[in-house]
Design a protein around this ligand. Structure first.
Ligand code: GTP
Ligand code: MG
Length: 222
């Protein structure tokens, strides 16, 4: 998918305090979107977090924005069941979008099918979606369901950055191994950034680098 919304913008300027980044600003929850018809009016850039259920999407949002609980998290896969929009007062304006997970979840089959369709339709069709952070559990690496989503993103022309999560749960050696294996697999995906990020929402590993990467995405479009 191509759209003017993904081109650099000329109508907004980066704030003068750009060095501090949007993640030092106060964030708030905007709305929950259970179906595409409830999406907010397209305008601000959107950066969405995708990944298997329980991979740590909501936790990563909280870690990025330095908030304990703005995005709801749980031990049970299937916690987030709608597209949840978060925003701050940054220029250019943008939304972080927390998404339901794909793959196994502890929820009724029909519900899982509905939110999986919602996720796929959103990823394929949202014009203002400028980047997907594709979260992969560092303990498990890429799975077949991730491949399916990566192919969808390749087909839609939506660039994605792979972010390994829960890096605190494995040894540095195992982490290096999964980083190398993942980077190799990404060569088959034209929409993937070749570099990936290793993070932990628990320890804060990689969080500043990810904040900078997101700030850079916005600066490119300012
Ligand atoms: N040790 C560790 N645990 C984490 C980390 N990130 C998330 N978790 C835990 O993993 C579980 C799932 O986290 P969530 O953030 O709810 O995951 P999610 O991807 O939003 O899950 P769904 O909304 O169900 O798809 C929770 O028990 C978190 O505390 C991390 O970096 N390290
Ligand atoms: Mg969640």
């Amino acid at each position: 998918m191509t759209s003017a919304a993904r081109e650099p913008r000329t109508d907004t300027k980066v704030r003068e305090d750009a060095a501090s980044g949007p993640f030092t600003r106060p964030w708030r929850f905007l709305k929950s979107v259970p179906a595409l018809e409830f999406l907010p009016e397209a305008g601000p850039f959107e950066i969405a977090l995708a990944g298997r259920s329980n991979v740590g999407k909501s936790s990563l949002i909280n870690a990025l924005i330095r908030h304990n609980s703005l995005a709801r998290t749980s031990n049970t896969p299937g916690r987030t069941q709608e597209l949840n929009y978060f925003l701050t007062d940054w220029q250019p304006p943008f939304y972080l979008v927390d998404m339901p997970g794909y793959g196994f979840a502890k929820a009724p089959k029909e519900k899982v099918a509905a939110w999986t369709s919602l996720v796929k339709d959103y990823l394929r069709g949202r014009q203002t979606l400028v980047r997907v952070l594709l979260l992969i559990d560092a303990r498990h690496g890429l799975k077949a369901v991730d491949d399916e989503i990566m192919k969808l993103l390749d087909g839609a022309g939506v660039t994605f950055l792979v972010v390994l999560t829960k890096a605190d749960k494995i040894t540095p050696k195992a982490l290096a191994h999964v980083v190398a294996a993942t980077q190799l697999a990404l060569k088959a995906h034209p929409a993937a950034f070749p570099e990936i990020m290793a993070t932990s929402s628990e320890s804060g590993l990689g969080m500043e680098a990810l904040r900078s990467a997101i700030t850079a995405i916005l600066a490119e479009r300012a």
